[in-house]
Ligand binder design. Structure first.
Ligand code: PLP
Length: 394
């Protein structure tokens, strides 16, 4: 491609690429516009009001009363690193239920911080077995038990309560990765007994990437207060950040991006005030069901069994004889639609279609089914667009 940055951005104005991958998702024009508002100082009273409203709306998204709930600078990975490095000291034990790429990531990040990692593995695409986790928890006696709520690498959504129960049994803190789940399905931190969680702004919350909403229960905060040594990450040290987000007066820690916070608070207001959280969940579920029906009518089979599918990320094995990279390239170049490839051990083997946040629209289901059917037929795969659209309810 010889196009300059200016030409690419101009084209995005004329015909934006529709983001139906694993994130980021396309955002509402209202959210994009909010980023053009003039900047405010990081200690300015008005900016503090924006942050305070954002924290309150995040508590609603997380289903928590945790006072320490805020949007950390950085993406979901910053949230993951923040949670692990604050809850655990070097040499302390973490037990991770791994059922995909992001569970693996947790282990990797924790190891870098000198944390002793124990893991229970499940087949990718299946939930972690709570009984196996319980056995491992009793053997390892970890300080923290962690799982990924919605594994974006596979599209598996696992219920949080069974794992929370295991953590409680052994007196451990329970940490959940909610990067893909928040805003698309109920998370319910308080109802399920989750002590710490991190997320991303760019998926179902409907903002661009760049902020990681995190939440810590009073129990998690007590564990941080009882640390013998300070957090191994200065930038994401929650006890330092707390003084900026909630201190009276606020204390400088780093300069947060005003524009990102304008975008997130606008997206959260659209979610909670304009549409309503229950309506947003129902929209995600309706579009997921419609897409799955269409995919199955194309003869494709979902990777994850019914009952464990996350509505915002739909993955399916690539049929024999089909080159998945060519499918993605065709959709991106001809239809200006992005869909996702497989990650880690599923690279080259599956395709992933995200219907997240503002991208979860009925019309997008029809667009992606139509484009996918045409791309499959180009590679000699026999399928009917009409049958897919009919099955999807069009
Ligand atoms: C489940 C999960 N955890 C963590 C991450 C990391 O987030 P980010 O890429 O925003 O740093 C992602 C990103 O896709 C994710 O899906």
């Amino acid at each position: 491609m010889t196009d300059s940055a200016a030409q690419i951005l101009e084209q995005q104005q004329i015909e934006p690429v529709l983001l139906l991958g694993p994130g980021p998702s396309s955002v509402s024009p209202r959210v994009l516009q909010s980023m053009t508002h003039a900047l405010l100082g990081y200690l300015d009273g008005d900016f503090r009001k924006v942050l305070s409203e954002e924290c309150e709306l995040l508590r609603r998204s997380y289903g928590t009363k945790n006072p320490v709930t805020f949007a950390l600078s950085g993406t979901g990975m910053a949230g993951m690193e923040c949670a692990l490095s604050n809850l655990l000291e070097p040499g302390e034990r973490l037990l991770v239920g791994v059922n995909g790429f992001f569970g693996e990531r947790m282990c990797e990040v924790a190891q870098r911080h000198g944390i002793e990692v124990h893991r229970v593995d499940a087949e990718w695409g299946k939930p972690v077995d709570p009984e196996e986790l319980e056995k491992a928890a009793k053997a390892a006696n970890p300080k923290v038990v962690a799982v990924v709520h919605a594994e974006t690498s596979t599209g598996c959504l696992q219920p949080l309560e069974p794992y929370a129960r295991v953590a409680k049994q052994v007196g451990a803190l329970f940490l959940a990765d909610c990067v893909t789940s928040i805003g698309g399905v109920p998370v319910g931190l308080d109802a399920h007994g989750v002590d710490a969680a991190y997320a991303g702004s760019q998926k179902c919350l409907g903002a661009p990437p760049g902020l990681s909403p995190v939440s810590f229960s009073p129990r998690a905060m007590d564990a941080m207060a009882a640390r013998k040594r300070p957090c191994t990450s200065w930038y994401t040290d929650v006890r330092l950040l707390e003084r900026y987000y909630f201190g009276e007066p606020a204390a400088y820690h780093h300069t947060p991006s005003n524009s990102m916070h304008y975008a997130l608070v606008t997206a959260l207001n659209l979610l909670h005030q304009s549409e309503g959280q229950d309506a947003v969940f129902a929209r995600h579920m309706a579009n997921h069901r419609s897409l799955v029906a269409g995919l199955e009518a194309l003869g494709l089979r979902m990777l994850v069994a019914e009952g464990y599918r996350t509505p915002m990320l739909n993955s399916f094995p690539v049929p024999d004889g089909v080159d998945e990279a060519k499918i993605r390239a065709r959709l991106r170049q001809r239809d200006r639609i992005e869909i996702g490839a497989g990650l880690g051990k599923l690279k080259g083997r599956i395709l992933r279609i995200g219907l997240m946040g503002h991208s979860s629209r009925r019309a997008h289901v029809a667009s992606v089914l139509t484009a996918l059917a045409a791309a499959l037929r180009e590679q000699g795969y026999r399928c009917s667009t009409e049958e897919a659209l009919q099955a999807a309810g069009f």
